[in-house]
Design a protein around this ligand. Sequence first.
Ligand code: CAA
Length: 283
Amino acid sequence: MSITTLAVIGAGTMGHGIAQVAAAHGLNVLLHDVSLDLIHAARERIRRGLERMAEKGKVVNVELALGRITAATQVEDVSLADFVIEAVVENAEVKGDLFRRLDAVCRPHVILASNTSSISITRLAAATQRPDKVIGLHFFNPVPVMSLVEVIRGMQTSDATLRTTITLAETLGKTPVEVKDTPGFIANRMLLPFINEACYALMEGVASAENIDKVAQLGFNHPMGPLALADLIGLDVCLAILEVLHRELGEDKYRPCPLLRKYVEAGWLGRKTGKGFYSYREQ
Ligand code: CAA
């Protein structure tokens, strides 16, 4: 089955990046969010991202790519998509409800993928009448830059669904890695304890945020330190992933750092709110 129209559900940090990459690779995109304002804001971010790609010779025509993106304010508007990628808030109830609605409106052969960073694919699949066609397709932030995608097979995901999803990931220029459906999959099971430990070090006053990050950058050659990376990912997303790891693997080593919790309670969610471990507000 050929995929020409991709639906992306959620126009936030990950959704707009996925839509950008898909449009740059010649796919038509139905970009869904709950309001036109949110979709228009995402289009502006996509335009800027495409312009950066064009500067590097990675996309030929920005207007042509942008023209492939259509706003969809109702879930029903994506009914003719050939493949769906969900990228909404990291909440199992919200995602489960969405999968139920997508299952009702999409054609029976269509694959429903989730960009979840930690929620069980098997659980999302159980919300549908097509569990064999539900799969995880986990992108990394910033989506246009990071080449990895984790492809997560739920208990009932079929071989055909896996093959089609891997082919789509490759069409988008990504390198897929197949992963079992376990909490946090591979990437976040490794990354979040690292970020969490950096939060504990900061809370305990071991070093400043700048110096903690400098250790990772200069000592391990990471492009950015764990606290700056947490700000990029979103502190609410980091906390949500840690809560899944802690609850479902049951080990103290995943217990979210109280300082991370406090930042989230304060609404300091990182770059997207202008403040996290660092400040991103214009002076
Ligand atoms: N669209 C298109 N291109 C973009 C872009 C966008 N939105 N954002 C950046 N780029 C491109 C730039 O044009 C530039 O391209 P060239 O290398 O060809 O020049 C390149 O990306 C680097 O960008 P910058 O020079 O602006 O910035 P930088 O060198 O400081 O790099 C960074 C920024 C790419 C974010 C880098 O710091 C980095 O790789 N950080 C680590 C990111 C990471 O680990 N992400 C994974 C997070 S975990 C996750 O996402 C999973 C989860 O579930 C939580």
